[in-house]
Design a protein around this ligand. Structure first.
Ligand code: SF4
Length: 253
């Protein structure tokens, strides 16, 4: 779709995402149908609906494509997230209905915009191996421990089969225990974990406490950095805000 003036490359707040200061949405919308999808709620909200004329149907935004080439990271940077761009925060770049050709075009832009670190998070990790990802792209998948992400080992293996600079898993919202070996199968280098915001008629909720403890133990046994988001623990108690090795965070020119 073209002709829109909607900015699809935006600065976000620490509270909303935390691990990425910017979002870029060359694709919005998604058909996965996760029950508590905050993005679907936002796109359908009266306030934002005018910016999403196709609702939450997968939509390709031609005019958004060059945005990362026109923007530069802020001169003053407070943390590792300041150069990070969450790709398709309002959908799934690799979701059903997004053609390979479009993904390849997005990938070309990411490869050219070397001053950004792009984070692609998908619930369709089996598509990841079809592409050659530039060095400044980190690849992640979501695992929730419930029916929204069945076959966690298969999903982890799909992620682990890629040669991304960093592979990560977002356990968000962490609903139930996850088999610990997904960390090995996915060759995971970074873990994000959180509960859920209120969305889709569901109230906000913390991560499942037993699942969170087990996951953190598994990460500690492997020396994996963990980034806890809001709602990870009751009362938003002190969070771990760890990143992969500095040489990976800083591999930018
Ligand atoms: S995969 Fe992500 S964008 Fe798609 S419905 Fe689920 S939570 Fe929403």
């Amino acid at each position: 779709m073209s002709g829109t003036r909607t900015p699809r490359f935006s600065e976000t707040s620490d509270v909303k995402i935390g691990w990425a200061r910017f979002t870029w949405n060359p694709v919005t919308g998604c058909r996965a149908g996760c029950p508590w999808c905050y993005a679907r709620d936002l796109a359908n909200s009266p306030r934002l609906r005018p910016y999403y004329p196709t609702g939450f149907e997968p939509t390709l935004w031609e005019d958004a494509l060059p945005s990362p080439l026109r923007r530069r990271p802020p001169r003053t940077q407070k943390g590792p997230g300041d150069r990070a761009v969450f790709v398709s925060s309002m959908g799934d770049l690799l979701g059903v209905g997004v053609p390979d050709e479009w993904v390849s075009r997005v990938l070309d832009v990411m490869g050219a915009a070397t001053w950004w670190r792009f984070l692609v998070l998908t619930k369709q990790p089996h598509r990841l191996a079809s592409f050659s990802w530039p060095w400044n792209v980190w690849l992640g998948t979501s695992l929730t421990g419930d029916a929204a992400t069945p076959d966690p080992r298969g999903r982890a293996q799909a992620l682990g089969s890629t040669d991304a600079t960093v592979r990560f898993v977002s356990f968000e919202p962490l609903q139930a225990p996850i088999p610990e070996d997904v960390l090995d199968l996915g060759r995971i280098g970074w873990v994000i974990v959180g509960g859920r915001s209120a969305a889709g008629g569901y109230p906000a909720a913390t991560a499942n406490p037993e699942a969170l403890d087990a996951l953190l133990d598994g990460c500690d046994r492997r020396g994996l950095p963990v980034f806890e988001k809001q709602h990870a623990r009751p009362g938003d108690a002190p969070r771990r805000r760890e990143w992969p090795e500095p040489e990976l965070v800083g591999v930018l020119v």
